[in-house]
Design a protein around this ligand. Sequence first.
Ligand SMILES: *Cc1c(COP(=O)(O)O)cnc(C)c1O
Length: 413
Amino acid sequence: MPARVINSDLMEYIIMNNFEFNTLAIRTGHLQTNEQEHSEAIFPTSSYTFKNAAEAAARFSGEEAGNIYSRLSNPTVRCFQDRLAALEGGESCVATSSGMSAILAVMLGLLKAGDHIICSSSIFGTTTIFFNQYLTKFGVEVEFVDLIDLSAWEKALRGNTRLLFAETPSNPVMDIVDIGALAAIAHTNDSLLVIDNCLCTPALQQPLALGADIVVHSATKYLDGQGRCLGGAVVGNKTLVGEAVFGVLRTGGVAMSPFNAWVFLKGLETLNLRMKAHCENALAIANWLDQHPKVVKVNYPGLKTHPQYALAQQQQSGFGAIISFEVIGGKEAGWLVVDQTKMISITANLGDTKTTITHPATTTHGRIDPAQREKTGISEGLLRLSVGLEDIKDIKADLERGLARISDKEKGC
Ligand SMILES: *Cc1c(COP(=O)(O)O)cnc(C)c1O
């Protein structure tokens, strides 16, 4: 009988045996303490003690590896970082206090005044505002292009273009870009490709394997999966993420709390199972909405009518669970559907087991210039659903109450 693998031997065993996704999601990163606990321990400690003055000096000088202070490293957070790095197929992961601080850390770590970045115009609302109002303040030029127009990305390249930033599928209109093709465009110019992989998670899409240089996450969404904690992460190679982005965490202090890391670890264990169930529910709801007389348009990559259906099939192992759809009758009708729900949560969060609904034009994307909003497909009648894991029949009934009340007279508006 071979000896059981415990403690740090387990990590070596995992690497040597090329574990598959679910095993990595459940086993990676756990270094048992002498208490031999089965579930990962939470280490709620701000700092760590040293055996003596010499050890303290060696840790601070970097001569000896080890914990110093929880802004820099924490065992529970490290476990989450190792696990997510394994799932994304990256060398290094830096966990942060939120998805936005993950994006902030990438930009502070990799950009300097005079740099130019190109960003998809179809992107999480707060990311747009962060780029426009804050990055520009420090002399970084930001240019927006249509996510799916590869020639527009190519044309926007300049000598000082440090990075390209995209979200695919994009929130809330579910456009999809070919990550491999976009990476090739970035690399001809020695620029980096950063992908926000929030909507797919590594269970459905692994951007690094497709050619992206860096992946950012809002762990708040599917990685947690139950709407409990804020968190974020950056994954990539040792130089870009392990050194440059980590440097921002170390000095800028956007660290993840150990408690949140522990919650995310539990979320990761069921990530693949949950994503499969989310996708199944979302496809059923999208097909139903697509046939609905009060619905003008459904944006869901799993519908054969979606313009990038083939690309989604090739690049993703599932279509995700975010659907946006436009009702006849504009904002008034959209608000009616929202207000008639009794079960579905009216909240801007997504990636929860609970189905949520939002009216993007007046909430998540309300602060964006109306012209830019319309251009990216966020019309007044658009609603976004994050399809949860309740039973399909109950989700449909909750939506139907409002949809049935939209006047037929609105048709064609
Ligand atoms: C929510 C979200 C973010 C921001 O994450 P927070 O954890 O809320 O800071 C970034 N990108 C996408 C696609 C998101 O959905």
